[in-house]
Write a new protein. Structure first.
Length: 140
């Protein structure tokens, strides 16, 4: 059985070496997590070189769009799906909001929306607000 190299894993996250964070533990969600060095380096480079409206006439704009396309293709290959099936948004909260809105006119009498109190309000509140306007549907 192999073991996890905790020293190596920790070394990939600069926040673990940040003196102002020493002695603290962070049990946040993905949106509030510290990024690894590779992500920081790639975002830094992207923001310096290609952070423009993608697919425009300017070379940096075209490169930005090409990098986005490449990311979709890489993620699709990793997940074993087509790139057209991959959709990236700024946050999971926004994705949940858009999904709930898509159901606004599709809920029927007898439908149930199941949410828990264990989820972040941004992820279950949209469902609660959605069904509050439909008196025949309840959050269970």
């Amino acid at each position: 059985m192999s073991t996890i190299d905790l020293s190596f894993n920790r070394s990939q996250f600069p926040a673990f070496a940040e003196p102002s964070l020493e002695g603290q533990a962070f049990f946040d969600n993905a949106g509030g997590s510290y990024a690894c060095q590779d992500v920081i380096d790639n975002l830094n480079r992207f923001y310096r070189q290609n952070k423009m409206q993608p697919y425009g006439a300017h070379p940096a704009s075209r490169r930005g769009g090409e990098e986005m396309d490449h990311s979709h293709a890489e993620l699709a290959a990793y997940l074993g799906v087509s790139a057209e099936e991959i959709h990236l948004d700024p946050s999971s909260s926004q994705n949940i909001y858009v999904l709930a809105e898509a159901f606004e006119n599709r809920l029927e009498v007898g439908d149930e929306v199941i949410v828990t109190n264990q989820d972040h309000e941004a992820n279950n509140g949209v469902w609660r607000r959605l069904v509050s306007g439909v008196n025949t549907v309840q959050c269970v």
